[in-house]
Design a protein around this ligand. Structure first.
Ligand SMILES: N[C@@H](CCC(=O)N[C@@H](CS)C(=O)NCC(=O)O)C(=O)O
Length: 224
């Protein structure tokens, strides 16, 4: 298979994702792609089934979703996909235009991408579900507190009176959207400011259409 679409004229965008109820990494890339306004095809692979690994391997060298195909060219990993889309669609302003706001948006996005292991493990995304909060644990409390601190700090210093972290929706919001879904499922105690940001993300039309599709999915994973 050709490794690039350069010169081929094939500009079709396809996003291969996991099922929407469970795939937190896919949600990030999907929201970034929605923000571009570009038409794209979506291939949904249900996770945690016998055929999942082979189905993903047919599209993704990393054996992980999401993977973006731009013609024959592939980009895997949600952050690399978001960066590729920001390059491809500069007019969509996926990152804030101010240099320091952009640096901060990249910083908190990277922090989300690389961290919060306890929260990921103990509060897996299961968008449709409403569950009891996991047993109290300092590491989980620290993850939740740090996320709320990031939200408050971004809104206070870079929010420009908009409802999103940097005023209007950016890749940073796409990366925190799965946390919002987790908070809706497990209902930890949050500050008023954090609750307002949770509401902003839930009301985001792109998030609503992802959630509506998740509600319709037929698959169920017992212990996601
Ligand atoms: N760092 C990667 C992580 C991707 C990842 O772990 N994806 C999970 C689904 S959310 C996956 O593909 N799991 C493979 C499987 O369940 O077989 C990214 O940001 O895209």
């Amino acid at each position: 298979m050709a490794q690039t679409n350069e010169g081929t004229g094939d500009d079709k965008l396809t996003l291969v994702i996991g099922n929407k109820n469970y795939s937190s990494w896919s949600l990030r890339a999907w929201l970034a792609l929605e923000m571009t306004g570009a038409p794209f095809e979506e291939i949904v692979i249900p996770l945690d089934r016998e055929e999942t690994a082979a189905a993903i391997a047919a599209h993704s060298p990393s054996r992980r979703v999401p993977v973006l195909k731009h013609g024959a060219f592939q980009v895997w990993d949600s952050l690399a996909i978001a960066e590729y889309l920001a390059d491809l669609f500069p007019a969509a302003a996926l990152w804030p235009s101010d240099r320091q706001a952009r640096a901060r948006a990249r910083t908190v996005t990277a922090e989300m991408h690389a961290g919060f292991a306890t929260l990921r493990k103990t509060m897996p995304m299961d968008l449709r579900a409403r569950r009891a909060l996991p047993p109290k644990a300092p590491a989980l409390d620290a993850d939740i507190a740090r996320i709320c601190e990031i939200w408050q700090d971004c809104r206070e210093h870079f929010g420009q009176d908009g409802a999103f972290l940097f005023g209007s929706a950016s890749i940073a919001d796409a990366f925190f959207a799965p946390v919002v879904s987790r908070f809706a499922t497990y209902r930890p105690q949050l500050s008023d400011a954090a609750e307002r940001y949770v509401a902003t993300i839930w009301e985001w039309p792109a998030m609503q259409s992802w959630a509506a599709a998740a509600e319709q999915e037929p698959w169920h994973i017992e212990n996601p």
